[in-house]
Ligand binder design. Sequence first.
Ligand SMILES: [Zn+2]
Length: 348
Amino acid sequence: MKEQIKQIGQEALNEIASSGANKDSLEALRVKYLGRKGIVTGLFKKLAELPSADRPEIGGLINALKNDVTRALDEKLFLTARDEDAKDHIDVTLPGVSRGPGRAHPIMQTIDQICDVFISLGFKIVEGPEIETEHYNFEALNIPLEHPSRDAFDTFYLRSSQKHLLRSHTSPVQARFMEKNKPPFSIIVPGRVYRPDATDASHSFMFHQVEGLVVGAAIKFSDLKGVLEIFAKRLFGRSTRMRFRPSFFPFTEPSAEVDISCILCAGSGKHNIGSEIHRCSLCGGKGWLEILGAGMVNPKVFKNVGYDPGKVTGFAFGMGVERIAILKYGISDIRLFFENDVRFLRQF
Ligand SMILES: [Zn+2]
């Protein structure tokens, strides 16, 4: 009987090991050995015929055999199920999932285009914090306490601190840079800025600016004009003309608003459609588009950062990136940039 049990055990384990890896053949083996009329079950029945003195030992051997067969079947079943599962999930014959190439956001593309022009002119890119102190956002830039842009309604102050705010322009970076660096230098500062404007087709509470600052000995207004003219022609085309209008900014003196000739009507202010003459919709018939503000750095700003205004001069300019992108791509609504609609974004 012992010999028989041992033999059955070996046969069963061999058969399980060499069985095809599928659930049906394993179930057939389970029935063959462990079923109600199975071989192992038959051994238990024979146990009753043995002398009672032999029953505990033989009974133990049959139980061990039953456990061995059960474990071997369970293991094989587990491996089979795992392999089948893997087959279900990895079908190497399936065509691949194609992911189209990504691209930069139109605002980032515009920032890159703007920066590329200035980098080619020897400017260096500098960035700074978006959470600023009142000092760098206002005082260092000669913006007095009573200036309207310091009003709480014109700036996002952080609730935890009346002295910290989201920068309302990228100019604080200029002050930070000047404190740590000595002229001469030419820097360009791209970045996000914040103003509590109600959102509409031409306003957003968050937008992007690129500012430039050049400081050195004997930097002149004509240098500013030359640099901006190169910029306008590179970005909007060779035939682009430029004009300066007197303006005011606390941190520059003198200051100017800079216009380019309208990119839609080439400065004429009108379109001829057949024999009819229409007023240009982009420039409103004026022939000019305002693109940036600029000027010579106010000597007070130099004093604030520890430069001697008698020894250095410089110019600064700043532009809204969304404004440039809207003009360049003919976009009607600033909100399109920030709604993350891929149908819009894919066009760039
Ligand atoms: Zn026009």
